[in-house]
Design a protein around this ligand. Structure first.
Ligand SMILES: [Fe+2]
Ligand SMILES: [Fe+2]
Length: 205
Protein backbone atom coordinates (compact mmCIF):
# COMPACT_ATOMS: atom_id res chain seq x y z
CA UNK A 1 0.00 0.00 0.00
CA UNK A 2 1.49 3.37 -1.04
CA UNK A 3 0.63 6.62 0.68
CA UNK A 4 1.01 9.83 -1.31
CA UNK A 5 3.67 12.31 -0.26
CA UNK A 6 0.89 14.78 0.52
CA UNK A 7 -0.81 12.28 2.83
CA UNK A 8 2.45 11.58 4.64
CA UNK A 9 3.15 15.30 5.03
CA UNK A 10 -0.36 15.91 6.34
CA UNK A 11 0.47 13.57 9.26
CA UNK A 12 3.70 15.42 9.99
CA UNK A 13 2.82 19.07 9.31
CA UNK A 14 0.00 21.46 10.23
CA UNK A 15 -2.72 21.67 7.56
CA UNK A 16 -1.84 25.25 6.61
CA UNK A 17 1.72 24.26 5.71
CA UNK A 18 0.53 21.33 3.57
CA UNK A 19 -1.91 23.63 1.78
CA UNK A 20 0.92 26.05 1.07
CA UNK A 21 3.20 23.30 -0.15
CA UNK A 22 0.55 21.79 -2.40
CA UNK A 23 -1.68 24.59 -3.73
CA UNK A 24 -4.97 23.55 -5.30
CA UNK A 25 -5.36 23.86 -9.06
CA UNK A 26 -7.37 27.04 -8.49
CA UNK A 27 -4.68 28.77 -6.46
CA UNK A 28 -2.05 27.55 -8.93
CA UNK A 29 -3.88 29.44 -11.68
CA UNK A 30 -4.16 32.59 -9.58
CA UNK A 31 -0.50 32.20 -8.74
CA UNK A 32 0.42 31.81 -12.42
CA UNK A 33 -1.58 34.94 -13.26
CA UNK A 34 0.11 36.90 -10.49
CA UNK A 35 3.55 35.76 -11.68
CA UNK A 36 2.68 36.88 -15.23
CA UNK A 37 1.46 40.23 -13.86
CA UNK A 38 4.54 40.59 -11.61
CA UNK A 39 6.79 39.98 -14.62
CA UNK A 40 4.85 42.50 -16.74
CA UNK A 41 4.80 45.22 -14.07
CA UNK A 42 8.49 44.74 -13.21
CA UNK A 43 9.45 45.13 -16.87
CA UNK A 44 7.16 48.14 -17.35
CA UNK A 45 8.77 49.78 -14.29
CA UNK A 46 12.22 49.51 -15.91
CA UNK A 47 11.01 50.27 -19.45
CA UNK A 48 9.28 53.51 -18.44
CA UNK A 49 12.35 54.66 -16.50
CA UNK A 50 14.38 54.22 -19.71
CA UNK A 51 11.68 56.04 -21.74
CA UNK A 52 11.79 58.92 -19.21
CA UNK A 53 15.53 59.30 -19.72
CA UNK A 54 15.05 59.43 -23.50
CA UNK A 55 12.21 61.99 -23.18
CA UNK A 56 14.51 64.21 -21.11
CA UNK A 57 17.25 63.90 -23.74
CA UNK A 58 14.76 64.95 -26.44
CA UNK A 59 13.49 67.93 -24.40
CA UNK A 60 10.05 66.51 -23.58
CA UNK A 61 10.13 67.31 -19.85
CA UNK A 62 6.42 66.72 -19.12
CA UNK A 63 6.53 63.37 -20.97
CA UNK A 64 9.58 62.35 -18.93
CA UNK A 65 7.58 63.17 -15.78
CA UNK A 66 4.66 61.06 -16.98
CA UNK A 67 6.97 58.10 -17.67
CA UNK A 68 8.57 58.47 -14.22
CA UNK A 69 5.15 58.59 -12.53
CA UNK A 70 3.96 55.51 -14.46
CA UNK A 71 7.25 53.75 -13.68
CA UNK A 72 6.64 54.35 -9.97
CA UNK A 73 3.05 53.10 -10.32
CA UNK A 74 4.21 49.86 -11.98
CA UNK A 75 6.72 49.38 -9.17
CA UNK A 76 3.86 49.65 -6.66
CA UNK A 77 1.83 47.11 -8.68
CA UNK A 78 4.81 44.74 -8.82
CA UNK A 79 5.30 45.04 -5.04
CA UNK A 80 1.58 44.46 -4.39
CA UNK A 81 1.54 41.39 -6.66
CA UNK A 82 4.73 40.10 -5.00
CA UNK A 83 3.15 40.32 -1.55
CA UNK A 84 0.22 38.11 -2.63
CA UNK A 85 2.56 35.68 -4.43
CA UNK A 86 4.47 35.30 -1.13
CA UNK A 87 1.16 34.84 0.74
CA UNK A 88 0.50 31.89 -1.60
CA UNK A 89 3.84 30.39 -0.55
CA UNK A 90 5.78 31.17 -3.74
CA UNK A 91 8.68 33.40 -4.72
CA UNK A 92 7.98 36.29 -7.16
CA UNK A 93 9.85 35.74 -10.44
CA UNK A 94 10.56 38.25 -13.21
CA UNK A 95 12.81 38.17 -16.25
CA UNK A 96 13.87 41.76 -16.84
CA UNK A 97 14.38 42.46 -20.54
CA UNK A 98 16.48 45.25 -22.00
CA UNK A 99 14.01 48.06 -22.88
CA UNK A 100 13.60 48.76 -26.60
CA UNK A 101 14.07 52.55 -26.51
CA UNK A 102 13.17 54.48 -29.67
CA UNK A 103 12.03 58.11 -30.15
CA UNK A 104 9.75 59.57 -27.49
CA UNK A 105 6.83 59.57 -29.92
CA UNK A 106 7.39 55.85 -30.64
CA UNK A 107 7.97 55.11 -26.94
CA UNK A 108 4.66 56.78 -26.05
CA UNK A 109 2.84 54.76 -28.71
CA UNK A 110 4.45 51.50 -27.49
CA UNK A 111 3.65 52.34 -23.85
CA UNK A 112 0.03 53.11 -24.75
CA UNK A 113 -0.29 49.79 -26.63
CA UNK A 114 1.13 47.94 -23.62
CA UNK A 115 -1.35 49.58 -21.25
CA UNK A 116 -4.26 48.85 -23.60
CA UNK A 117 -3.18 45.22 -23.80
CA UNK A 118 -3.09 44.94 -20.00
CA UNK A 119 -6.41 46.80 -19.63
CA UNK A 120 -8.33 44.86 -22.28
CA UNK A 121 -6.61 41.48 -22.66
CA UNK A 122 -4.36 40.57 -19.74
CA UNK A 123 -6.06 41.73 -16.55
CA UNK A 124 -9.80 41.08 -17.23
CA UNK A 125 -9.44 37.24 -17.26
CA UNK A 126 -7.19 37.52 -14.18
CA UNK A 127 -10.03 39.38 -12.42
CA UNK A 128 -12.48 36.62 -13.37
CA UNK A 129 -10.11 33.88 -12.20
CA UNK A 130 -9.45 35.62 -8.86
CA UNK A 131 -13.22 35.95 -8.32
CA UNK A 132 -13.81 32.29 -9.27
CA UNK A 133 -11.10 31.08 -6.88
CA UNK A 134 -12.35 33.51 -4.18
CA UNK A 135 -8.87 34.94 -3.68
CA UNK A 136 -9.72 38.41 -2.36
CA UNK A 137 -6.08 39.50 -1.97
CA UNK A 138 -5.35 38.64 -5.62
CA UNK A 139 -8.59 40.28 -6.74
CA UNK A 140 -7.61 43.49 -4.94
CA UNK A 141 -4.09 43.81 -6.35
CA UNK A 142 -5.23 42.85 -9.87
CA UNK A 143 -8.10 45.36 -9.77
CA UNK A 144 -5.77 48.14 -8.55
CA UNK A 145 -3.47 47.47 -11.50
CA UNK A 146 -6.28 47.17 -14.07
CA UNK A 147 -7.82 50.52 -13.08
CA UNK A 148 -4.44 52.24 -13.05
CA UNK A 149 -3.44 50.86 -16.47
CA UNK A 150 -6.69 52.22 -17.93
CA UNK A 151 -5.71 55.69 -16.69
CA UNK A 152 -2.11 55.28 -17.93
CA UNK A 153 -3.48 54.42 -21.39
CA UNK A 154 -5.54 57.64 -21.30
CA UNK A 155 -2.59 59.76 -20.12
CA UNK A 156 -0.28 58.33 -22.80
CA UNK A 157 -2.91 58.86 -25.49
CA UNK A 158 -3.36 62.47 -24.34
CA UNK A 159 0.43 63.06 -24.35
CA UNK A 160 0.73 61.57 -27.83
CA UNK A 161 -2.01 63.86 -29.18
CA UNK A 162 -0.41 66.94 -27.58
CA UNK A 163 3.22 65.99 -28.07
CA UNK A 164 4.21 69.36 -29.59
CA UNK A 165 3.02 71.09 -26.41
CA UNK A 166 4.82 68.59 -24.16
CA UNK A 167 8.25 70.17 -24.49
CA UNK A 168 10.08 72.06 -21.75
CA UNK A 169 10.17 71.72 -18.00
CA UNK A 170 9.13 68.73 -15.94
CA UNK A 171 5.60 68.65 -14.52
CA UNK A 172 4.25 67.01 -11.39
CA UNK A 173 2.08 63.89 -11.33
CA UNK A 174 0.77 62.18 -8.20
CA UNK A 175 0.90 58.43 -7.60
CA UNK A 176 -1.06 56.56 -4.94
CA UNK A 177 1.47 54.54 -2.94
CA UNK A 178 -1.25 52.02 -2.05
CA UNK A 179 -2.75 51.21 -5.49
CA UNK A 180 -0.53 53.02 -8.00
CA UNK A 181 -3.32 55.19 -9.42
CA UNK A 182 -1.77 58.12 -11.27
CA UNK A 183 -3.31 61.59 -11.54
CA UNK A 184 -2.44 65.09 -12.72
CA UNK A 185 -4.22 66.88 -9.84
CA UNK A 186 -5.07 66.04 -6.24
CA UNK A 187 -8.59 67.47 -6.55
CA UNK A 188 -10.28 64.81 -4.38
CA UNK A 189 -10.24 63.67 -0.76
CA UNK A 190 -9.91 59.91 -1.24
CA UNK A 191 -8.19 57.82 -3.89
CA UNK A 192 -10.65 57.02 -6.67
CA UNK A 193 -9.39 53.43 -6.85
CA UNK A 194 -8.39 52.22 -3.37
CA UNK A 195 -10.34 54.72 -1.24
CA UNK A 196 -7.35 55.75 0.92
CA UNK A 197 -6.96 59.41 1.92
CA UNK A 198 -5.04 61.55 -0.54
CA UNK A 199 -2.06 61.93 1.80
CA UNK A 200 -1.06 58.47 0.52
CA UNK A 201 -0.23 60.08 -2.83
CA UNK A 202 3.40 60.80 -3.70
CA UNK A 203 4.47 63.63 -6.02
CA UNK A 204 6.60 62.55 -9.00
CA UNK A 205 8.10 65.03 -11.44
FE1 LIG B 1 0.64 51.26 -16.29
FE1 LIG C 1 -5.08 54.41 -4.27
Amino acid sequence: MFATLEAILSLLLPAAVVARTYPTSETTTTLDNLQTAFNGESNAHHRYAAFAKKADEEGYGPVASLFRAASRAEEIHANNHAAVIRMLGAVPKATIEMPNVKTTKENLAAAMEGEIYERDKMYPPFVEEAKASKNSAALKTITYALKTEAEHARLYSQALKNLDAMRGKAMTYYVCTVCGYTVEKLDFLRCLVCGMTKDKYEAVS
